[in-house]
Write a protein that binds this ligand. Structure first.
Ligand SMILES: Cc1cc2nc3c(=O)[nH]c(=O)nc-3n(C[C@H](O)[C@H](O)[C@H](O)COP(=O)(O)OP(=O)(O)OC[C@H]3O[C@@H](n4cnc5c(N)ncnc54)[C@H](O)[C@@H]3O)c2cc1C
Ligand SMILES: *[C@@H]1O[C@H](CO)[C@@H](O)[C@H](O)[C@H]1NC(C)=O
Ligand SMILES: *[C@@H]1O[C@H](CO)[C@@H](O)[C@H](O)[C@H]1NC(C)=O
Ligand SMILES: *[C@@H]1O[C@H](CO)[C@@H](O)[C@H](O)[C@H]1NC(C)=O
Ligand SMILES: *[C@@H]1O[C@H](CO)[C@@H](O)[C@H](O)[C@H]1NC(C)=O
Length: 583
């Protein structure tokens, strides 16, 4: 089996040299020669600071024993190491070993389901198993992972690493890590342990609270056991309302419906409420979700949309953005975002079906081998989406004030947020306080915001100031927690101080990896151990590498100057002046 897999891999690599036709998502680990002199990026092809990340070696263990041996050998050589997954879907520089001598340990072939215990409804998997595989295999056994990210192209190790979640205020909440009942983690150690120590943690061990959301700095997780539930059916309807009472509604809506979420279009002043609950499994319906933005898309279409957006940006065409935004929203709403009542079509709400077919999607991962005529919309090999993401959670106790602050900004600048409605607005999802040391501290709403990024780091974006003010409002006025797997650098500034058990986490880290072989400059900065996450240089605020304090951090030559916010005076944002004078 092991040999067989290796043959397949090298055949594909071999073919790649001659016919460029292995077009499903590319391998983001590239090596000059057989697993040496490598580089790694994320699936978007760029880290936030646009640097290139190098590693001396890449390894693809196929068993836990091999993994242990790899960690031991690297520890003995005092080599930095980082876990890389088959997807690398996190935005920040989490997967990058420092220096030029590091080792990438890929979990690509640690992808087996190990055990499903029907009695206890527990499932054990290797850490490289994908969310899609996990959901499918569980469903075959009549079981369900109740809450999960909406995109199935993640590995269990990676999504735990960054605290990924779906949406609910029910039960233990929507974070996958809160359903972890045991895991095995391999960490560097001294000669007395043969240079690698294997720890099998379960709920009786408080260190599980550190390991289940770890940013990858405690060791390599080899195996995870999850508590599942009997498979069930759901019934989903979207209801669109104006957003005037969104602040009042947001918290209570989440308590009313188990899988509730809200997609907010602030410039269109409306919100799509997802009314989504369990129903009896004898309710008829065989619905399926194939979220449209996660489908394989024609490259020519992607290029057209991108070119239009680039033109709107360079011409400061706010009205054009609003027209595009309304068109996108209408298209998505009339096609129910990709929900279907059966395999063929959407015929009307409610859409009822089995949870495993509705909870997440990502068919663009199956893009045909058509030499990139179709791809995931953000595939860096085609001209398509290129964006930044700001994703944070705000405690339910203050979320109303935050929403109303954003609405005040929209009143001052009515077209300002059309720029993010082209990316399907603001996705609002419910998360609950977690026992994980680096998990959510309070019940909260997670806001997901996606917006244009120029290929040129020195080019500001339309309504730069409004987007930056929202980001700073959330993070600094309302104490929001950034999603570990998304965001721009500044979101992590001081973030670790918002976690009451950060000290416990660092204590476990010191015990598991005293030499920091699994840490890198980024995780040290994020954890407050060394230096700052912000990078101060010309134009740094445009990419969120810093908060501007001088005009040079914006783009004064293009009319963007560092000024205070419109409603949050502590915010420092890049504001366009030339245009204002012309108006
Ligand atoms: C299209 C899309 C949709 C998304 N939707 C959601 C969503 O709905 N909800 C949500 O919360 N997030 C979402 N995300 C973000 C996503 O959950 C995170 O970025 C996730 O961490 C990526 O998982 P990955 O398997 O690609 O891991 P990577 O990004 O490769 O790794 C993440 C971190 O985990 C570490 N790691 C990975 N495996 C192991 C292991 N076995 N042992 C130790 N450390 C390990 C890595 O070293 C790294 O530090 C989405 C991302 C994309 C691209
Ligand atoms: C590979 O790396 C080694 C050491 O880092 C270096 O000497 C060598 O030139 C590199 N080879 C290539 C092809 O880049
Ligand atoms: C670790 O090092 C030993 C001794 O050099 C070697 O035999 C073994 O193959 C190495 N393990 C891995 C996984 O590379
Ligand atoms: C929004 O809808 C409510 C009823 O749900 C209505 O009372 C209110 O006038 C509407 N606001 C606007 C601005 O249309
Ligand atoms: C579904 O099953 C429940 C019992 O589990 C029963 O009370 C109900 O009548 C059934 N409904 C239908 C539509 O068959």
């Amino acid at each position: 089996m092991v040999k067989f897999r290796r043959v397949i891999r090298s055949t594909c690599l071999f073919l790649l040299l001659f016919i460029v036709r292995c077009t499903p998502p590319k391998d983001h680990i590239k090596c000059v020669s057989e697993n040496t002199n490598c580089t790694i990026t994320n699936s978007y092809g760029t880290f936030p600071d646009r640097s290139i990340c190098q590693a001396a070696y890449a390894a693809y263990p196929t068993t836990e024993e091999e993994l242990i041996s790899l960690v031991a050998n690297a520890t003995k050589a005092k080599r930095k190491m980082k876990v890389a997954t088959r997807f690398s879907h996190s935005i920040p520089k989490l997967a990058c070993p420092d220096g030029l001598d590091g080792l990438l340990i890929s979990t690509k072939y640690l992808n087996r389901v190990l055990e499903i215990d029907l009695q206890s409804m527990r499932m054990s998997v290797e850490s490289g198993v994908t969310q899609r595989q996990l959901i499918n295999e569980a469903a075959k056994a009549g079981l369900a992972l109740p809450y999960a990210p909406y995109w199935w192209g993640l590995t269990i190790g990676g999504l735990l690493g960054t605290g990924a979640h779906g949406s609910t205020l029910w039960g233990k909440g929507s974070s996958v890590h809160d359903y972890v009942v045991a895991l095995t983690i391999v960490s560097p150690s001294g000669p007395e342990d043969g240079f690698a120590k294997v720890r099998r943690l379960d709920e009786s061990n408080s260190e599980l609270n550190a390991a289940k959301v770890s940013l990858g700095v405690l060791g390599v997780i080899s195996k995870v056991t999850l508590q599942l539930q009997p498979l069930f059916k759901r019934s989903i309807s979207y209801v669109v309302k104006n957003d005037s009472d969104l602040g009042d509604e947001a918290a209570s809506f989440g308590r009313q419906h188990e899988f509730a979420d809200v997609t907010w279009y602030p410039s269109q002043r409306k919100a799509a409420y997802r009314i989504d609950n369990r129903v009896s499994s004898n309710t008829s319906g065989n619905g399926v979700y194939d979220f449209i933005p996660f489908r394989s898309t024609l490259s020519v279409g992607l290029a057209l949309v991108r070119t239009t957006e680039e033109n709107q940006e360079s011409l400061h065409d706010a009205e054009g953005k609003c027209i595009s935004a309304r068109l996108t929203t209408t298209t998505l709403l009339t096609s129910a975002y990709g929900l279907k009542n059966n395999v063929i079509a959407f015929t009307g709400y409610p859409v009822i079906g089995y949870h495993n077919r509705l909870q997440s999607s990502g068919t663009c991962l199956d893009s045909p081998e058509d030499a990139l005529m179709t791809a995931c919309p953000w595939d860096p090999r085609v001209k398509g989406e290129y964006f930044l993401q700001t994703t944070f959670s705000i405690s339910l106790s203050v979320v109303k004030n935050f929403i109303q602050d954003v609405q005040k900004l929209v009143n001052l600048e009515p077209k300002g947020l059309c720029v993010l409605e082209q990316y399907n607005g603001i996705l609002m999802r419910y998360v609950k306080a977690s026992s994980a040391y680096l998990g959510k501290q309070e019940d909260a709403i997670d806001f997901d915001i996606t917006y244009f990024r120029s290929k040129d780091p020195g080019t500001p974006r339309l309504y730069e100031d409004i987007l930056e003010e929202i980001e700073q409002l959330a993070l600094f006025k309302y104490g929001a927690l950034p999603h570990w797997g998304k965001n721009r650098n500044l979101a992590f500034d001081g973030a670790i101080n918002k976690y009451k058990n950060a000290g416990e986490f660092l204590r476990v880290k010191q015990m598991y990896d005293p030499f920091g072989l699994l840490s890198n400059e980024w995780t040290d900065q994020v954890l407050g151990l060394k230096g700052s996450v912000t990078i101060v240089r010309e134009g740094c605020a445009l990419e969120g590498l810093c908060i501007c304090s001088e005009d040079i951090h914006c783009a004064p030559n293009k009319g963007y100057f560092c000024r205070t916010g419109k409603i949050y005076e502590k915010a420092r944002v890049c504001t366009l002046f030339r245009k204002k004078k012309q108006l």
